[in-house]
Ligand binder design. Sequence first.
Ligand SMILES: *Cc1c(COP(=O)(O)O)cnc(C)c1O
Length: 395
Amino acid sequence: MTTNQYHPETLSVRAGNEMTDFGENSEALFLNSSFRFNSAAQAAARFGGTEPGNIYSRFTNPTVTMFQNKLAALEGAEQCVATSSGMSAILACVMGLCSAGDHIVASRSIFGTSVQLFSNIMARWGLQVTYVALTNPAEWQAAVTPKTKLFFAETPSNPMTEVGDIRVLADIAHQAGAYLVVDNCFCTPAVQRPLELGADVIIHSATKYIDGQGRCLGGAVLGSKKLMEPVYGFLRTAGVTMSAFNAWVFLKGLETLFIRMEAHAKNALVLATWLEAQPQVARVFYPGLKSHPQHALAMQQQSNGGGIVSFEVKPKAGQTAQEAAWALIDATKLISITANLGDAKSTITHPATTTHSRVSAEARAAAGIQDGLVRIAVGLEHVEDLKADLFLLTQ
Ligand SMILES: *Cc1c(COP(=O)(O)O)cnc(C)c1O
């Protein structure tokens, strides 16, 4: 199927699908580790790369290939490399594109485990990282060194939903001879297409909205064939491959991506607007709100505000901010207390003591993550039921 002939919604349902001669209308799950050759000569040709085809599922698997081709069509990428998780996508990206002594400029507000990977693990292998403010291009520019290989950004950021200007960061990266990597997990290609804005590489945690139902771990790296070649080379050697079963689940998730993302964003905007009106709420962070500092930019580079809303709870007399946030979370009956996001089920978390608890108190304060901050990944329940579940805010 030529991918530029159809609308993105159609691609999410149809692109990448390869059917067998059995006539199945839903993509087949190839749950096998190796593939058989017709002859010794064919085996040699496959291993030698002179004949295309599957060899071993650590390298390629037809179900995983379908997932890769569908996501590549949605992001407008030449190639997608599917991985076992979002973190292994980031690992494969860095291992594929960087060497010891190289330097990365990353936004300070990236996923906490990404910081652990860069600063605690990759640093031991000679990688240098400088953290800067997502929303301040001058800081990115100033951080560039002759060894800078990658710019690594996540927009909107977690949990503060800051929005970085992908076009501007791409220009600065390219002038420095570096590549811009965007973790597009919060938006998915249904909301934001970073390659069209000048980014070179996209990272996904498929675990989140791509699955959409909180079932499987997976990830992906996308970009040009040239950039993906060493990323794939690392993956097939190191074995951080996506399982065929998970790819099969994600293929189904992607079919409903557009309608889900629209529904998440619609609920999130109603909830964020309601939260702003509650006397017990000090501040709401949601790119779809006019009060958001980068609202105009967000509306340019995203098709909606996404599904993540954060807000600061005001403590009552005699209460600390953390006590107020925990009391609100503990009073919920419907919303799941879990740090995951992208699920049809709404989830609620207290970043300061969960996702960002390993970040130092000073770094948390610098990032604006206060003790009263609560993050909701708004799901697909009726929004009135979500408001009712946050009843403590109205008392
Ligand atoms: C969850 C997440 C990751 C890591 O993905 P896993 O699938 O959990 O390994 C990376 N980046 C962002 C923005 C995430 O939310």
